[in-house]
Structure formats: structure tokens, C-alpha cells
Design a protein around this ligand. Structure first.
Ligand SMILES: Nc1nc2c(c(=O)[nH]1)N[C@H]1C(S)=C(S)[C@@H](COP(=O)(O)OP(=O)(O)OC[C@H]3O[C@@H](n4cnc5c(=O)[nH]c(N)nc54)[C@H](O)[C@@H]3O)O[C@H]1N2
Ligand SMILES: Nc1nc2c(c(=O)[nH]1)N[C@H]1C(S)=C(S)[C@@H](COP(=O)(O)OP(=O)(O)OC[C@H]3O[C@@H](n4cnc5c(=O)[nH]c(N)nc54)[C@H](O)[C@@H]3O)O[C@H]1N2
Ligand SMILES: [Mo]
Length: 731
């Protein structure tokens, strides 16, 4: 059956199916209702108000992927005999989905160069060997990667340990995600996170959704968009693909919406991939022509307005139309809608950040908001829609190559710890340094560093040049079986809702939640915090200023966070009071910016040429399906895009004809970086001609290591490919 809308009965049906897998719907419901922050995206729900509740108290808030993540954690264990029966070569053949469905990791396992299989080891053996190796290693030759799934406490403790050990090579998945948002926002408005809170969405009369597919990736946002449309507001979607759920969505918790569906987009603009910068400048030009700018606001609160205004005048419609792929009249229509808005929120995701001009994109969004005075008043502002549930918190508590000066100084003065001052590497720099044999040890707190990287072949070779890698994980993924270091350890950890002590998470609205933790589901995995504290104790037992045993208590870590992390002072007694809170000085409802002179800054850009225009070329985006969470694939199908499998390249039917192909022909997809064979070319009329779509992480062999110079984020959505018929390939 073709999906004509997002959400709806299918989502409910899926809940029943997942309930069965979890050993009963009631059991799943109980797990979902515990007081723990949701494990998936950063929109945030759960915590002390109870599971499936958002920060405004709305219930029931639930989405398919939160169920998937929960059921995945409720899987049975991988038995010790599994590791003897299945070789690494065999595991490398498994798909991401098969690896995830092997079950929960419960034993520490090790691979040693030359071996054909992983072997189980005791925790003691693992600690002894890892610590010995770390002692023999120059700390500068180590790196520490963090996913955004772990708690603030685990993130803070591990970065602290790595720094005291002696390196600043500390980074998180944000470098492959929203780094451009942080850098762009900081440069424009002086704070790197959303300027709005959830309530602002309920007050807005217009929302831009740029380069994202929240119907699939942040489904709970759809309720807010539905409410906005019901109030007569406008939703402007900017996306090269007409995403089913962005047109119509059936909000499962709303009976009317469930039955007939809710219209989401009031306007849908389809630029070329990478065409947003030109488009955003075009909208600004049209707003200017309408005389709809807020001159008083610009005068009073913004810098560099004249240079910006001059550039807006100078850019030609011809350049805008060619580089965006959108006609002047369409751009003028959008500008009119925006000009009528009194309270507008600009939201965006990876279609904006995954480009070599990601930071410029974000700055252009900020320009557009600022020119009508839409930052710093209720119901309007800037809203990057974050990825992982705690990616923002991990960044706040210091998991960055460079610590904010304030944190650095507070750690040294209040806790007397000694921190290195060397320059730390970002994520891709670590991979490149490993490839040059300049690093010897990698330590990952969750995530899938191999799988999330561009240029998979390069990443695998680079990681296999390490002497040792250590991964703290809950389940298997492709990163555990590819790019293995000479000595590789996988250490099983507890999920957030199994932690023995409370932990905290920060949502994309800068709201800090308390998770109670809960009983373990299986014997074997250990608490992340316990494992990190144990490493600290063995690695640097006499470190000045730190008592590792005290750090086993999450309340001690929270006290440190309160002492040193700006805006986090209320965290110290959160476990006693249960008072979740909004971090100070980030969201603002007055135009007072956190910049040196309190004013926002308008940025001016040269617009890059649109790539991929040659004969036989296509511009490729690598994206997620509705059935996956990053490198974890729960279902092979992509319901909303009506795909039953993942080894496909979707392109407009006109492009199929242009390339001399027919629907479902086997093709080879080639980029400057790599190629994939035996891919099914499929006609997909929802995509703008000239552009193509493939699924991450399988397509990462094609993605070059080309990054945005300002944010170091790879251009995951800006890949130029050629498609060649693979007639000899077997079907
Ligand atoms: N179900 C599910 N939810 C998730 C995740 C998941 O994997 N699965 N991952 C989480 C994480 S870590 C993140 S960062 C977010 C990601 O959330 P999204 O950013 O929504 O995810 P993507 O699939 O990367 O894709 C992007 C959208 O950008 C569009 N796009 C691609 N290129 C361009 C472009 O050049 N311009 C414009 N305007 N649009 C473009 C694509 O058509 C697609 O609709 O989701 C989070 N939530
Ligand atoms: N081509 C392409 N590449 C991309 C992207 C893209 O759109 N296109 N998106 C990028 C983005 S936005 C991101 S965020 C990155 C994703 O980067 P990562 O965060 O590195 O990857 P994930 O796939 O989310 O990591 C999943 C693994 O985390 C572990 N895990 C889950 N829960 C926990 C926990 O509670 N604790 C611990 N310790 N481990 C846990 C499990 O073992 C699971 O297999 O990928 C990036 N790469
Ligand atoms: Mo992400």
C-alpha cells in the first residue's frame, strides 16, 4: 500500500507489532512511561514529568523511533558461544539491520590482529590490558569520540579523564551533524543553540522548515505544525524532495488528524540540493523589495547592515535563479508570506548543515530572521532541530576539542585539576591523523565512528592503523566489525533507563531533564559512569584534584558540572528536588544578544556554483529512511518514500530517461571517492530533476572527505555522482 500521508494508523499498527516483540504491549508501555528522557531525538520528552510527556506537559507524546529504540534495548543477550560460532569475516557480511538484531552486548569482547573471531574476556582483563596500553601511549596519540546518546554525567567525566590523561583530541558526533548550526548561530547571534523554547512554536504564525524531514526524524514536531495550520498559520517547507509526511501527516494522538490527516506544508519550495544559500538570499532580496524589513530593529540591534544590504541589492535574479533552481516568482511568493508574518520561527536540519557552505547557510537563515526583527521576541526565532537525544548536553558539558575559557578556568581554579593546552582535533581530523599513523589509540563512548564517516574505505583503513580501539556500546553495529584496530575491545554498557543512578540530558530547547535510571534488563553490561570512573582510577590514580571513587556517584559529577558549566548551576540538587530547568542565557525573548557588544551580526556571502551539472551527473544527498536511526537500521523499508529496500538510488523519471535507464535497472554509482555496484535505479517523481537520493550509511563509500572549512562538517548532502548502467550484473 502506498503511503499517502505520514504517521496515522500505520504508526499505531507498528506500536502493536513492537509491543509483541517486547514481550507484551503493557510491558512496552511501562518501559516507555518510566521517568527517563527519551532515547532518540533531541526534541525531548520524558524525564520527571514521566515518559511520553514533553516539557509543556503534553501527553501522550510518542513516536515510532522511540519505540524502536526501546524495543532494541529490550532484546535478549548475545550469548558467549555466538562469538566462537561466527567469524569476523561472517559478521562483516551482515547488514546494519542484522547486526543490530543480534541482541544486547553483555560480555566484553576482544579482537587481536590475526584472529578470525572475537573472544570474550573478563572485565578485569579488559581493564588491565586497556590501561596498560594507555600507559604506554603518548596521550597526544589518543582520541576520544562521543556519540550523543550518553548522559551529561558520562560525557563530562570521560572528557575530564581524557584531558587529565593529557589530550584535547575530544570530539562528538556533532562534527558530522549540527556543528555548522553552532558555529553559524554563534557568529550571528552570539549563542550556538536554539533561541526559542517549545512554547514559542505554539505562538508563531509562520514556520520555515528547511532541509529536514521531521515527519520521519522528529515526528513529534508535527503536532506543533498541525496546531499552527489549524490556527491559520503558514508552514513553508524548503526541500528538494516532496516528503510525504511534510505534505500530510496523521497525528496519532489527535482523533481528527488520525482519521482525515492534517495538511502540514502551506508552501513547498523545491530548490536543487545545495541551492538554499542562493534561495535564502533571494527571499531576502524580495523582502527588501517589498519594504518589509524592520529598519528600526536593524539599526538598533544589528551590525554590518549596510554591507549586507548592499550585497542584497547587488546579487542578480539571474544568479539567484540559476544557483537555487527556484524561479523569481516563486521566491517572491514566499517573501510575501514571510512579510505578512508577525511571529516567525526558522527551523532547519541536515539539508542545511551537510554542505561545504553549511555555516553560510545558517548565517543566511539568521540574516533572513534578523532583517524582519524575528530574533528576540516571543513566538519567533531560530531553531536548529537537533539530532541525538543528548548531543546538545554532551557539547555543553565540555565534549569539544577546545574547552570554553570559562570552563577551563573554573576547572583549574575550583577543582585544581591540570588540563592540557594543546590544540585538539575534530572528528575527521582524527580519522585523517590515524591514517597517517599519527594516532595509536581511539576510545568511543557509544556511536558508530566508522559508519558515520564519509569515505568509508578510507575510514576503515585509517581506523585499522590504530594499535588499540575501545568502544563502549549497547548493541553491535558496522563500526564493531570494520576498520578493526590491532587490538579492539567492545565493552557492553547499560542504556539510560537501566542506569543504577539518576542521570541528566539536555533537549534542543536547552531544557535539562532528569532520568531516574532503572533496573538492569540483563546481567553483564555496566554503567558508563562506573566504567569511566574505573578507568580513571586505574589510569591516573593520583590525579590532582580528583577522587575517582567519589566520581562513581552521579551526584558528585553533577556538583562539578554545576561548579564549572555556564548556565548549569541548578543541576547540583536536581536529583533531590526533581526540578528540571531551562539553561540560562541561551533562549531569549528580547533582542539582547550574547555577543561582545550585545548586537547581532549580518553576514555577507559569495554564492558557490551549483555542482553536478555535467552530462550524466547527478547531485546526490545521503539521507536516513524512516526505518533507521543513524547507522542503526531497524527496518529495511522506507515507508514514507515507498521503498522496500535500501540499495537504491532515487532520481526523477526524467533523469532516468536522460541517462538511458529504466525503473529498477541495475546501475553502478560512481563519485570521485568511490563506487557502488548493483544498485537499483528508481524513478521517483517527488525529487527535483538533476538530484538523487541514497541511504546513509551504505552510501558513505561515495561521500568525499570534503568539509565546510568553518565547521569541519562533511558535505554529506553535496555529492556529485555519475550513474552507469550495469547490464551484466545479476538481478
Ligand atoms: N527516524 C529517525 N530519526 C532521527 C534520526 C534517524 O536516523 N532516524 N537521526 C537523528 C539525527 S542524529 C539527526 S541529525 C536528525 C536528522 O534529521 P534530518 O536532517 O531531517 O535527516 P536527513 O535524512 O539527513 O535529511 C534530510 C532532509 O534534507 C533534505 N535535503 C537534502 N539535501 C538538501 C539540500 O541541499 N537543501 C534542502 N533544503 N534540503 C535538503 C532531504 O530531502 C531530507 O528530507 O534526525 C534525528 N532523528
Ligand atoms: N552519509 C551520511 N553520513 C552521516 C549522516 C548523513 O546524513 N549522511 N549523518 C551524520 C549524523 S547527523 C550523525 S549524528 C552521525 C551519527 O553518528 P553516531 O552517533 O556515531 O552513530 P549512531 O549510529 O547514532 O550510533 C549508534 C550506536 O550507539 C550505541 N548506543 C546506543 N545507545 C547507547 C548508549 O546509551 N550508550 C552507549 N555507550 N552506546 C549506545 C549502539 O551501539 C549503536 O549501535 O552520522 C553522520 N553521518
Ligand atoms: Mo545527527
Amino acid at each position: 500500500m502506498k503511503a499517502g500521508s505520514g504517521g496515522g494508523f500505520r504508526a499505531i499498527q507498528y506500536t502493536w507489532k513492537k509491543g509483541r516483540e517486547a514481550g507484551g504491549l503493557w510491558k512496552l508501555y511501562k518501559a516507555m512511561r518510566t521517568r527517563n528522557a527519551c532515547k532518540t531525538c533531541a526534541l525531548g520528552m520524558g524525564g520527571q514529568k514521566g515518559g511520553m510527556v514533553n516539557e509543556t506537559g503534553s501527553f501522550p507524546e510518542v513516536c515510532k523511533k522511540s519505540l524502536q529504540a526501546m524495543v532494541a534495548d529490550m532484546q535478549p543477550a548475545i550469548e558467549p558461544t555466538f562469538w566462537q560460532q561466527n567469524s569476523i569475516a561472517d559478521l562483516q557480511q551482515r547488514t546494519p539491520r542484522e547486526l543490530e538484531h543480534l541482541g544486547r552486548l553483555v560480555h566484553p569482547v576482544r579482537y587481536r590482529k590475526g584472529a578470525t573471531h572475537f573472544e570474550t574476556v573478563t572485565w578485569r582483563e579488559a581493564y588491565d590490558n586497556i590501561v596498560e596500553k594507555l600507559h604506554q601511549t603518548d596521550p597526544q596519540r589518543s582520541f576520544w569520540y562521543f556519540s550523543g546518546r550518553s548522559s551529561n554525567e558520562a560525557g563530562f567525566l570521560l572528557q575530564l579523564m581524557a584531558r587529565i590523561y593529557g589530550t584535547n583530541n575530544i570530539n562528538n558526533c556533532s562534527f558530522y551533524c549540527h556543528q555548522a548550526s553552532g558555529v553559524g548561530l554563534q557568529s550571528a547571534v552570539g549563542t550556538g543553540t536554539a533561541t526559542v523554547v517549545l512554547e514559542d512554536l505554539e505562538k508563531a504564525d509562520c514556520v520555515f522548515v528547511i532541509g529536514g524531514n521531521p515527519a520521519s526524524n522528529h515526528p513529534r514536531l508535527m503536532t506543533n505544525l498541525m496546531h499552527l495550520r489549524r490556527r491559520g498559520g503558514k508552514v513553508i517547507v524548503i526541500n528538494p524532495v516532496r516528503e510525504t509526511g511534510m505534505l500530510k501527516f496523521r497525528v496519532p494522538s489527535d482523533p481528527v488528524s488520525l482519521l482525515i490527516g492534517s495538511n502540514i506544508a502551506s508552501h513547498y519550495v523545491q530548490p536543487h540540493i545545495g541551492g538554499d544559500l542562493a534561495l535564502l538570499w533571494g527571499i531576502a532580496k524580495a523582502v527588501c523589495k517589498l519594504g518589509a524589513m524592520d529598519e528600526a530593529y536593524l539599526d538598533q540591534y544589528c551590525n554590518d547592515v549596510d554591507v549586507w544590504r548592499h550585497a542584497v541589492d547587488a546579487i542578480t535574479w539571474e544568479e539567484i535563479e540559476t544557483k537555487s533552481g527556484v524561479s523569481r516568482s516563486e521566491i517572491e511568493t514566499i517573501a510575501e508570506v514571510y512579510a505578512e508574518s508577525k511571529r516567525c520561527v526558522f527551523s532547519w536540519t541536515m539539508g542545511i548543515t551537510h554542505h561545504a557552505h553549511g555555516v553560510k547557510n545558517v548565517q543566511a537563515v539568521a540574516n533572513l530572521a534578523l532583517c524582519r526583527g524575528m530574533v528576540g521576541k516571543p513566538g519567533s526565532g531560530l531553531m536548529p532541530i537537533r539530532g541525538h537525544s543528548n548531543v546538545q548536553g554532551i557539547g555543553s558539558v565540555g565534549v569539544t576539542p577546545k574547552l570554553k575559557n570559562q570552563i577551563f578556568e573554573a576547572l583549574q581554579s575550583k577543582h585544581q585539576v591540570q588540563l592540557p593546552t594543546t590544540i585538539g582535533k575534530d572528528t575527521l581530523e582524527c580519522i585523517e591523523a590515524a591514517s597517517r599513523y599519527e594516532l595509536s589509540v581511539g576510545f568511543c563512548l557509544g556511536g558508530n565512528l566508522y559508519g558515520s564517516n564519509p569515505d568509508s574505505k578510507f575510514a576503515s583503513e585509517a581506523l585499522s592503523r590504530l594499535d588499540m580501539s575501545v568502544m563502549l556500546s549497547t548493541a553491535m553495529n558496522t563500526g564493531h566489525v570494520n576498520g578493526l584496530a590491532a587490538e579492539t575491545y567492545i565493552l557492553p554498557v547499560l542504556a539510560r533507563d537501566e542506569e543504577p543512578e539518576p542521570t541528566t540530558q539536555e533537549s534542543m530547547f536547552n531544557y535539562v531533564r532528569l532520568s531516574d535510571g532503572g533496573p538492569r534488563r540483563l546481567p553483564g553490561p555496566r554503567s558508563e559512569i562506573e566504567v569511566i570512573a574505573e578507568f580513571g582510577n586505574r589510569l591516573i590514580p593520583n590525579a590532582k584534584g580528583i577522587d575517582w571513587d567519589a566520581m562513581r556517584k552521579t551526584s558528585t559529577i553533577r556538583q562539578w558540572i554545576a561548579d564549572v558549566i555556564p548556565g548549569y548551576d541548578q543541576i547540583s540538587d536536581i536529583d533531590k528536588t526533581g526540578n528540571e530547568f531551562q539553561i540560562g542565557n541561551r533562549t531569549f525573548h528580547e533582542p539582547k544578544f550574547a555577543t561582545a557588544d550585545g548586537r547581532a551580526k549580518m553576514h555577507t556571502h559569495a554564492i558557490p556554483e551549483l555542482k553536478g551539472r555535467e552530462d550524466r551527473e547527478l547531485r546526490l544527498m545521503t539521507v536516513r529512511s524512516e526505518g533507521q536511526f543513524n547507522t542503526v537500521v531497524y527496518e529495511e523499508e522506507d515507508l514514507y518514500r515507498n521503498q522496500d529496500r535500501r540499495d537504491v538510488i532515487l532520481m526523477h523519471p526524467d533523469d532516468l530517461i536522460r541517462l538511458g535507464l529504466e525503473h529498477d535497472n541495475r546501475v553502478q554509482v560512481i563519485s570521485d571517492t568511490g563506487s557502488l555496484q548493483n544498485i537499483l535505479a528508481r524513478g521517483y517523481d517527488s525529487i527535483r530533476p538533476g538530484n538523487a537520493l541514497m541511504y546513509f550509511p551504505e552510501a558513505n563509500v561515495l561521500v568525499p572527505r570534503h568539509t565546510d572549512p568553518a565547521s569541519k562538517t562533511p558535505a554529506f548532502k553535496g555529492v556529485v555522482v555519475r550513474v552507469i548502467s550495469d547490464q551484466n550484473a545479476s538481478v
